[in-house]
Design a protein around this ligand. Structure first.
Ligand SMILES: Cc1ncc(COP(=O)(O)O)c(C=O)c1O
Length: 499
C-alpha cells in the first residue's frame, strides 16, 4: 500500500519482555502515551470543528432537551475532543507520528514485531488479519471450529479450503470445550504426508468461557507433526490482560514465539479485544504480528480495506493509555484478579450460606492438560441447590442486586473477575448470592433423524457456531440448541455463500 505522506512508521523490534519489567531503582517511570497526549493537546487548542460530529464539544446539544441525558450517559468530558482526526493528529491508515509510536510501544509491551490499532472491535480485526493471511482462494486452512463467527465468515468469504477440528466439551455444566491436541496433530501430519500440508492454522486461544490454549506447547508439537505449517492465527480476544503477569503470560501466542527461539520459524498473528479486558473503550482492538516481514504491509492494506474510514481517536487514545497502564500497573491488577478469584472459590466451597452453589472444576481434565488450561480469572458457578436455574439466577442478580452477568448455561453462570472488579464488587456478589439462597427454599434434585446442514448455526452470545455447513444435525444438537436458547441466547442460521 503506498503511503501518501511518503513516510513509514519507525522500525519495530521484537522483545520477550514488557517495558514494565524494569530494573528496580526508584519508582517506575510513567510509560509514554504519545497518542493520548496528542489528543489532549488537540482538545486544548480546538475552538470549533468545521468537519463532522456535531455532538463533539457539545455543539449540537447545548440547548437540547436531551442535553442532560447526553451528559448523564457520556459525561461532559467525553465530548471535549472526538472530531479531530488527521491532520493535525496522526493519520490512521498511514501513521508516522503519535499513532505509529503508540503502536510501536504496544508491540513492545506484547512482545510482537508490530501492532495495528483498530476501533471497530475484534470482529473487524479478525477480518483484517485473515485478509492479510489468505492471499488467494483455496488456501488450505486447519481451523478450530470453536472460533468466533467473524473468523468463519472471513474464511468462507475468502473461499479458503477449510478443515475444521471440533472442540470436545469436557464440562457439561459450563459447556467448556477444548481441542484435543492429538487430533489436531494427526490431521496436520496426515495432510503433510499426503503432500498437501495446511498453510494456516486458526485457533481460538482464549475463549469466552475461559479455556486457554498453551500456544507454546501447541506450536512445539506442531513443528514436528507438520514442518510446512508455519503460519498461525490466534484469536485471543479475551486475553490481552494475560500478557502482564508471569502466571498467565507463558501460554500466550506472542510470548510463545518471542520466548522460544525454536519457534521463530512461525509467523504468528494474534488479535485482542482490548476493550474486553483492559481499560480501553469499546471497540478498541489490537492486531499483533511476529514473523513474515511482508505481513506488516498486508495487514495495513487489510485495515485500509475493511476498517471504517471514520476511526475514533478517543478509542485509539484509550488503547494507548490502556497499554501504558498495563505496563505500569498490570501485574498488580492481574494479581488482584487472581486473588479475588481464589477468594470467591474458597468462600463458595466453605460457606454454608452458599451451599446451593459450587464452582465447576477449575482445571481441565488430564487429557487436555498439556495444551489447555482454565483461565483462573473466569469462574463457572454452578447453581444446584435452588429451585431456579441459572438464567433465572442471572435475572435476579441483575434486577434485584444490580449485578450483571452475561454468559449463562442452564446450570451455571460465568463470573469474569476482570481487572475492573475489586474487593467491593466481589463482596456485593457473595452477599447477593447468600441473600438469594436464603430467599429461595432448597429444591430437591432437579431432573435433568439426522440431516446435513447447509448453514452456520450460531448462538449469540457468544457467536461461536455449533454447526458449520456440511455437518450433520441430530437430536443431541437440537437439544443443545434448545438449552442455549432457553439460557437467553439468540440462535442465528446463516446460509453458506456458495462461490
Ligand atoms: C473469541 C472472540 N473473538 C472475537 C470476538 C469479537 O470481538 P469484538 O466484540 O471486539 O468485536 C468475540 C466476542 O465476544 C469473541 O468472544
Amino acid at each position: 500500500m503506498s503511503d501518501p505522506a511518503g513516510q513509514r512508521p519507525p522500525t519495530q523490534t521484537s522483545t520477550t519482555q514488557t517495558s514494565a519489567a524494569r530494573t528496580n531503582s526508584g519508582p517506575p517511570a510513567i510509560p509514554e502515551t504519545p497518542l493520548a497526549d496528542a489528543l489532549l493537546a488537540a482538545a486544548g487548542s480546538t475552538r470549533a470543528s468545521f468537519h463532522a460530529l456535531p455532538v463533539s464539544r457539545r455543539g449540537s446539544i447545548r440547548e437540547s432537551a436531551f442535553a442532560d441525558a447526553y451528559d448523564a450517559l457520556f459525561g461532559r468530558g467525553l465530548f471535549s475532543e472526538a472530531t479531530i482526526t488527521a491532520p493535525p493528529l496522526d493519520s490512521f491508515f498511514f501513521p508516522h507520528r503519535s499513532l505509529a509510536r503508540a503502536e510501536e510501544l504496544t508491540a513492545l509491551a506484547f512482545g510482537a514485531t508490530g501492532t495495528l490499532f483498530v476501533t471497530a472491535g475484534t470482529t473487524t480485526a479478525n477480518l483484517i488479519a485473515l485478509e492479510a493471511l489468505i492471499t488467494r482462494p483455496d488456501v488450505r486452512v486447519l481451523a478450530d471450529k470453536g472460533t468466533h463467527q467473524s473468523i468463519h465468515f472471513a474464511l468462507s468469504d475468502k473461499h479458503a479450503a477449510v478443515d475444521y477440528i471440533e472442540p470436545r466439551v469436557f464440562c457439561e455444566h459450563s459447556e467448556r470445550a477444548a481441542l484435543f491436541l492429538p487430533v489436531l496433530l494427526e490431521q496436520a501430519a496426515a495432510a503433510e504426508r499426503a503432500g498437501a500440508p495446511y498453510e494456516l492454522l486458526v485457533l481460538n486461544g482464549q475463549s469466552y468461557d475461559g479455556v486457554v490454549y498453551d500456544i507454546r506447547a501447541i506450536l512445539t508439537a506442531l513443528a514436528e507433526a507438520s514442518p510446512s505449517l508455519t503460519t498461525v492465527f490466534v484469536d485471543e480476544a479475551w486475553g490481552a490482560w494475560s500478557y502482564f503477569h508471569e502466571a498467565t503470560r507463558g501460554r500466550t501466542a506472542l510470548h510463545a514465539r518471542a520466548a522460544d527461539p525454536a519457534l521463530e520459524r512461525f509467523t504468528v498473528v494474534a488479535t485482542h479485544s482490548a476493550h474486553k479486558s483492559l481499560s480501553a473503550l469499546r471497540q478498541g482492538s489490537l492486531i499483533h504480528f511476529s514473523g513474515d516481514p511482508e505481513l506488516a504491509e498486508r495487514l495495513r492494506l487489510g485495515r485500509y480495506r475493511h476498517h471504517t474510514t471514520s476511526p475514533s481517536y478517543p478509542i485509539l487514545a484509550s488503547l494507548d493509555l490502556a497499554r501504558a497502564q498495563m505496563e505500569l500497573e498490570g501485574r498488580d491488577l492481574v494479581e488482584r484478579s487472581l486473588r479475588l478469584a481464589r477468594r470467591v472459590s474458597e468462600t463458595v466451597a466453605g460457606d454454608p450460606a452458599l451451599s446451593a452453589f459450587s464452582v465447576n472444576a477449575p482445571a481441565v481434565p488430564d487429557a487436555f492438560a498439556g495444551h489447555a488450561a482454565i483461565d483462573p480469572t473466569k469462574l463457572s458457578l454452578k447453581v444446584s441447590g435452588l429451585p431456579i436455574e441459572a438464567p433465572e439466577l442471572r435475572e435476579r442478580l441483575y434486577s434485584r442486586h444490580g449485578l450483571y452477568v452475561n454468559r449463562c448455561t442452564r446450570t451455571s453462570l460465568l463470573l469474569n473477575l476482570h481487572i475492573g472488579i475489586g474487593d467491593e464488587e466481589v463482596a456485593a456478589l457473595l452477599d447477593a448470592l447468600r441473600a438469594i439462597q436464603r430467599e429461595l427454599s432448597p429444591a430437591g434434585e432437579r431432573p435433568e433423524e439426522k440431516r446435513v446442514s447447509t448453514s452456520f448455526i450460531i448462538p449469540y452470545p457468544p457467536g461461536v457456531p455449533i454447526i458449520v455447513p456440511g455437518e450433520e444435525i441430530g437430536g443431541d444438537t437440537l437439544r443443545r440448541i434448545e438449552a442455549i436458547r432457553s439460557a437467553g441466547a439468540r440462535i442465528y442460521t446463516i446460509e453458506h455463500r456458495p462461490r
